[in-house]
Write a protein that binds this ligand. Sequence first.
Ligand code: BTN
Length: 243
Amino acid sequence: KIPANTLFVGKVVEYMPSCHSTNDSARELLLQHDTSEGTVVITDNQTAGKGQRGNSWFSAEGANLTMSLIMKPNFLTVSKQFYLNMISSLAVKRVLNDRLPDANSQVKWPNDVLLNNRKVCGILIENGIKRQFLEHSVVGIGLNVNQKAFGLATATSMSNEIGIAFSLQSVFEKLLGQFEALYLKLKAERYSEIKDEYLQNLIGFNQWRKYRSEYVFDGQIVDVLDSGQLKLATQQGDKLFDF
Ligand code: BTN
């Protein structure tokens, strides 16, 4: 159903009962015709979901939100593309605050969202670039809403944490509303507000923790650069990690 609470995000919804990957279907739509900004591709049964770094993404049929938003952020330079990741994870985080106010939800760099320390949402953004600007962007969001069983002990769903089922339609509408609000903030170039909200919700910000690269070390997240690189302070000085 088309949400009533947005101006342009979700005004066109392409629902597919089943598809390989909503990110791939969204890209095909973009290639086929001039898809309007804010078009959402959504499915109940994603059979070959893609995750970050070539991983797979599994989602139980009909239980969760599995969707891709087609955006045209041609106002955003490639050097600031990580702001799209920030607003996407913040939109999910805001939905969790609203629906599960007593649970502990946090963003994990670069753009995972955790609920009570387990992953509840994964985001995969695929950009098309033209002359240093983002011509289009496919924002793929997998939010575990009502799934009951998980192969991984590190994964969860909204309903798993409190034992009640959620209306997918209402979580969908809330998410699109929050995404649109943050996207308009980005378009208005309110970068520092977005960055502040992101850092305030980021696990490990201004806290000493153990990190692992080739070896384990103590570090503290002090910043995330526009490019998405993570800046950690360590006893040996600052270190940057690529997104
Ligand atoms: C990750 O955490 O590795 C990212 C997972 C992204 C999953 C979503 S589900 C909707 C969209 N379509 C895909 O194939 N992937 C994204």
